[in-house]
Write a protein that binds this ligand. Structure first.
Ligand code: PBG
Length: 332
């Protein structure tokens, strides 16, 4: 049906007469239920320390992270994504600290779930916080070896599930990891552990501040993750990745980075109709925050950017701004 939209029958400004009317007909909404706060936890740290390239974002000790989560809960943010910052002395070629049962991340998850059983904990699966070369997998003959890495990621996932993680989030982009991890979880009777696949993760320079935050930047040096992360020239390939991950047992798929990749979010959501998350990554956050702090951009650009994810079809958003935006939403 084609409706003729002629002036003055149609005056689109009628519905923009005041704020209440604008809200009444708004097509999307953003609530605290849509927001996930990424948090960094660091060992041998007192209290917390700022991350220079990420304004207002901190590395927390395993004690101070509890206080931070308490504050998040007060603001109705109940889902967190955890990233460990490991002592340099514990990093090696194979990232074996990832498989230490009492490593920082496993102990932190246990502690969080003990204090706040209601918090939904997302645990990242990849080896980059643990390897001396900063890659997400194991290197053999100067190549990040897919199948060798799968074995380690599977063991890492089981440990995280055992520690109490609700959602396991492989961010490494190895082929077949969802199937390998799903099979292992089923076999070990973790039938309700959720798999959030970083299905379309691009080889992006927007991850820069994150690599500072977890101190993997200098380990990685000028090396590139282009043999496993996707090329940003591609879109069909993202749909292919998602199709495979759904088949292999992913419950939720994710696109990363966010703002420059909203076309990918939209294509995935409309093609597959599955729960789709997007990650507003460190570089996107810092870029906006820096301009806001300088007074060059209005504070509202953060909210505006997050609403654009919802418009594109994201069901939830990982964003470093989750806490501050939740305060704005709740004070409205
Ligand atoms: C690594 C990982 C990265 C991020 C999350 N997990 C960086 C990378 O792939 O090098 C980036 C998140 C961000 O930039 O905020 N497995």
């Amino acid at each position: 049906m084609i409706i003729k939209r002629n002036f003055p029958n149609s005056r689109l400004r009628r519905l923009r007469t005041n704020e209440k009317l604008i809200n009444l007909v708004s097509e999307t909404s953003l609530s605290t239920d849509d927001l996930i706060q990424p948090l960094f936890v660091k060992e041998n740290l007192e209290d917390k320390e700022p991350i220079e390239s990420m304004p207002n974002i901190f590395r927390f000790s395993s004690d101070s992270i509890i206080k931070e989560i308490e504050e998040l809960l007060k603001n109705d943010i109940y889902t967190i994504a955890l990233f460990p910052v490991i002592d340099e002395s514990k990093k090696d070629e194979s990232g074996k600290e990832a498989l230490n049962k009492s490593n920082l991340i496993c102990e932190t998850i246990q502690k969080i779930k003990k204090s706040f059983p209601e918090v939904i904990v997302i645990a990242d699966v990849a080896l980059d916080p643990y390897t001396s070369h900063g890659h997400d997998g194991i290197i053999k003959d100067e190549y990040v070896d897919n199948d060798l890495t799968l074995d380690v990621l599977t063991s890492q996932s089981l440990l995280l599930a055992e520690s109490g993680a609700d959602i396991i989030a492989p961010s490494d982009m190895m082929d077949g990891r969802i199937r390998a991890i799903r099979n292992a979880l089923e076999e070990a009777d973790y039938k309700n552990t959720i798999l959030l696949s970083y299905a379309a993760k691009y080889n992006s320079k927007f991850y820069g501040p994150f690599r500072d935050a977890v101190k993997s930047a200098s380990n990685l040096g000028s090396a590139s993750k282009s043999s496993y992360q996707m090329s940003y020239y591609n879109k069909d390939e993202a749909l292919h990745e998602v199709a495979m991950d759904i088949n292999e047992g992913a419950d939720i798929v994710m696109v990363k980075p966010g703002m420059p990749y909203l076309d990918i979010v939209s294509a995935i959501k409309s093609n597959f109709k599955v729960p789709t998350f997007a990650y507003q990554v460190s570089g996107e956050y810092s870029m906006l925050k820096l301009a806001i702090n300088k007074g060059w951009l209005d504070n509202n650009v953060m909210l505006e950017s997050l609403v654009s994810f919802k418009r594109a079809g994201a069901d939830a958003i990982l964003t470093y701004a989750a806490k501050e935006i939740s305060k704005e939403i709740n004070n409205k």
